[in-house]
Design a protein around this ligand. Structure first.
Ligand SMILES: NC(=O)c1ccc[n+]([C@@H]2O[C@H](COP(=O)([O-])OP(=O)(O)OC[C@H]3O[C@@H](n4cnc5c(N)ncnc54)[C@H](OP(=O)(O)O)[C@@H]3O)[C@@H](O)[C@H]2O)c1
Length: 316
């Protein structure tokens, strides 16, 4: 089995540098996918209640614990606080619901999924009668203080943020007692995030690269949207190492010190995505891939573009 390298957070805790993404993995396929992932060596799973499959992931994990293949402390489980639950009084109940669905006593990492808050209630993407998105003015700085309490109470070992721009990270750093360990952001050859990566590194925060392949299976993808996996220039680089385009794309992340969380429900592709520790891209390859930037965002969350905490108006 492939030995997966670890990253070390600013608090000394560690996480496997590759994790399995689970967004869009359907309830009927994710149980098998997570079991297969554990069998082929994954020890890090990226979840969120908004992916609507945490119960199934909990079932898969539980069956691997029962089989004795892994113990709780062998796996690193991430989940996220959804935008409708940013009010400080909702943070702990939200985490407890996720823990109950995942059948766990604690999370390894809990992230604020987005800096913007949405109107509270049952709808994950609340809109009014005219279809206009309904935001809320909870400030993520207040949410962060409630996140810190989860660590103090032993419910989350580490906390972090997701989709935060550099100014938003800076605001958290100014008020925090516990520093975020991670900023999970979209990152791939068409959105290399060079400046945000350098900024986060200078603050001791690790980037987790989500949608490392540009999320080709997102429901709103158009046939002509660019796809990193089909990029002939990356194929050329991959051929020189006798590797696949997918492997070069993952290597491009981990060699920069980023965690990568490719999603797959195929055992073969999951295995392929782990075979990235036996070659090294040259500095020139990495620099060349940086130039493929198209500022493409698969996850722009455009509905919330008018929210005062919408992150993508800033350059980085
Ligand atoms: N924090 C956030 O706001 C946020 C946003 C987006 C995503 N995420 C996280 O990041 C994870 C990954 O991002 P993503 O799901 O958007 O997309 P992605 O990982 O960029 O791409 C997934 C797609 O690539 C295919 N694939 C996987 N391995 C492959 C390989 N070796 N060769 C060819 N195709 C391959 C998958 O198909 P198969 O499944 O059929 O293999 C699937 O269609 C998510 O699942 C989620 O956990 C977080």
């Amino acid at each position: 089995m492939v030995k997966i390298e670890m990253v070390t957070f600013n608090n000394g805790n560690q996480a496997p540098i590759i994790g399995l993404g689970t967004w869009k993995s359907k309830a009927n396929e994710v149980i098998e996918a997570v079991k297969n992932a554990i069998d082929v060596g994954y020890r890090h799973i990226d979840c969120s209640p908004v992916y609507d499959n945490e119960k199934e992931i909990g079932e898969a994990l539980n069956s691997k614990f029962k089989e004795g293949i892994i113990k709780r402390e062998d796996v690193f489980i991430t989940s996220k606080l959804w935008c409708t639950e940013h009010s400080p009084n909702l943070v702990e109940p939200a985490l407890k619901k996720t823990l109950s669905d995942l059948r766990l006593e604690y999370l390894d990492l809990y992230l604020i999924h987005w800096p913007m808050a949405f109107q509270e209630g049952k709808e994950s993407f609340p809109t009014d009668a005219n279809g206009k998105y309904l935001g809320s003015d909870v400030d993520y700085v207040d949410t962060w203080k409630a996140m810190e309490k989860l660590v103090e109470d032993g419910l989350a070992k580490n906390i972090g943020v997701s989709n935060f721009n550099s100014k938003q990270v800076e605001r958290i750093l100014k008020i925090c007692k516990i520093k975020p360990v991670v900023n999970q952001v979209e990152c791939h050859p068409y959105l290399p995030q060079v400046k945000l990566s350098e900024f986060c590194k200078s603050k001791g925060i690790i980037i987790t690269a989500y949608s490392p392949f540009g999320s080709p299976d997102r429901s709103w993808a158009k046939p002509d949207d660019p796809q990193p996996l089909k990029d002939e220039r990356i194929k050329k680089i991959a051929d020189t190492y006798n590797k696949s385009v997918a492997q070069v794309i993952i290597r491009y992340q981990i060699q920069r010190g980023h965690i990568a969380i490719p999603k797959s429900v195929s055992k073969t592709r999951m295995q392929e995505n782990l075979k990235v520790f036996d070659f090294e891209l040259s500095e020139d390859d990495i620099k060349e891939i940086h130039t493929f930037d198209k500022k493409m965002r698969a996850c722009a969350m455009s509905m919330a573009v008018d929210n005062e905490h919408y992150p993508f108006h800033e350059e980085f």
